[in-house]
Design a binder for this molecule. Structure first.
Ligand SMILES: Cc1cc2nc3c(=O)[nH]c(=O)nc-3n(C[C@H](O)[C@H](O)[C@H](O)COP(=O)(O)OP(=O)(O)OC[C@H]3O[C@@H](n4cnc5c(N)ncnc54)[C@H](O)[C@@H]3O)c2cc1C
Length: 378
């Protein structure tokens, strides 16, 4: 087993790190404060090839693997977690299922625009009355000749209102037993995004409800077969969880770096606070947990790259990295003392941003369920 990145991977990480430091970090606090979507930087992430990172080059992607994807997510999230959620939804939750389950025609129609960031995608599974229990959805897709008519409401949709393409999951029978996946263009009549949610963190990302009101979608926009939707949704989340683990890692790393720098500067009782053993042990634990999270994330990514099963390992990585991000950012605020509580310092943004990684793409409780299911099945 190799714990070290290749030279190419190190170079790639440096490139993304420099891009994020130059373009993203300087505007992160401003977008967070104003709750504005960073359209210009999303376009730049597209130019750099990040928005279609794992899509094969024939469809406009960069043809990179899951390790490179985790590296990119970590570096972007280190600068701004909100930018990284736009990236992960586009790459993992929209481009990858289109590539994996789509027809050649669907790949050609949608992937080049998504990978260049001419449009961004969104993934619409959650509803007002179903999140963890996603199968229990109320959105319906009724067949009408060579069309489906969709009705329902999707909740908490990342990239809602700014997306050009919505991947919508809907039950195709009246009892909700069979679920289909539908690619719906933003300008299709009957699809409408609601108002932007006012959130605790990742405030630069746009999160809205999405309403489907007699939205007519041609059969050729269905992804996979009619009853494949739930399988597509769950398989997609397995890959997505590597992205969220890496996002959590980036947030934790940013908070750790800020805490160490602050501890070296701040003085109390005639010493740098970094000289106090109480804080040194805190920093040692922070660094150790971040490394554990990174190793779990790379392991899941490596399994995915090798075409091996990775569902349990992705859930472990997501669970551990997100809880690490919450723990590390809490300690980082503590090391900053009162200044950590001020909105003048970035560390409070990391603390607010970390929480979402324990909630979306399956809460920590759901990750534990997934892991336990694998343990008991083995
Ligand atoms: C900012 C943001 C962005 C999001 N982006 C998207 C998106 O782009 N697309 C999308 O489809 N969704 C998105 N979501 C939705 C997200 O995936 C859900 O919020 C999440 O899956 C939890 O669902 P819920 O909110 O309905 O909570 P619930 O499912 O109601 O859960 C409430 C609590 O009960 C616990 N719980 C539920 N079932 C069990 C169980 N069996 N055992 C133990 N505990 C359980 C949960 O862990 C949680 O603690 C987003 C959410 C947010 C906040």
């Amino acid at each position: 087993m190799n714990f070290l990145l290749t030279e190419d991977q190190e170079l790639f990480r440096r490139t993304v790190r420099e891009f994020a430091a130059r373009e993203i970090a300087p505007v992160a606090a401003e977008h967070d404060e104003a709750e504005t979507y960073p359209a210009e930087n999303v376009r730049k992430m597209g130019e750099l090839g990040l928005m279609g990172l794992t899509v094969p080059t024939e469809y406009g992607g960069a043809g990179a693997g899951a390790i490179e994807y985790a590296l990119a997510m970590e570096e972007v999230a280190r600068a701004c977690a909100a930018h990284s959620v736009v990236l992960t939804v586009n790459v993992s939750l929209v481009c990858e299922p289109i590539y994996k389950f789509g027809t050649d025609e669907q790949r050609e129609r949608f992937l080049p625009r998504l990978t260049r960031a001419d449009i961004v995608g969104s993934y619409c599974l959650s509803e007002p009355r179903s999140g963890s229990d996603a199968r229990n959805m109320e959105t319906r897709a009724e067949r009408d000749g060579d069309h489906y008519i969709l009705n329902g409401t999707k909740n908490w949709i990342t990239n809602g209102g700014v997306a050009g393409l919505y991947l919508v999951y809907a039950a195709t029978d009246p009892h909700g037993g069979r679920i289909g996946a539908f690619l719906i263009e933003a300008d299709r009549p009957g699809l409408r995004a609601g108002a932007k949610e006012r959130k605790l963190g990742i405030r630069a990302s746009s999160t809205t409800q999405v309403f489907l009101e007699d939205c007519r979608v041609p059969v050729e926009n269905r992804l996979g077969e009619e009853g494949d939707g739930f399988k597509i949704a769950m398989t997609t989340l397995d890959g997505g969880r590597i992205g969220i683990a890496a996002q959590a890692l980036g947030i934790a790393q940013a908070a750790f770096d800020a805490a160490v720098a602050y501890a070296k500067e701040r003085e109390a009782f005639g010493h740098r606070i970094a000289d106090f053993q109480g804080l040194q042990w805190m920093m040692a634990d922070m660094a150790t947990r971040i490394d554990c999270a990174r190793l779990l994330t790379y392991r899941a990514a490596q399994l995915k790259d090798r075409g091996l099963p990775f569902s349990k390992e992705a859930a472990m990585a997501k669970l551990y990295a997100s809880e690490t991000a919450m723990w590390v950012t809490t300690k980082a605020v503590q090391i900053h003392g009162g200044y950590g509580y001020s909105r003048e310092y970035d560390v409070q943004r990391y603390f607010r941003d970390a929480k979402i990684t324990e909630i979306y793409e399956g809460t920590s409780e759901i990750q534990r369920m997934v892991i336990a299911r694998h343990i008991l099945r083995d």
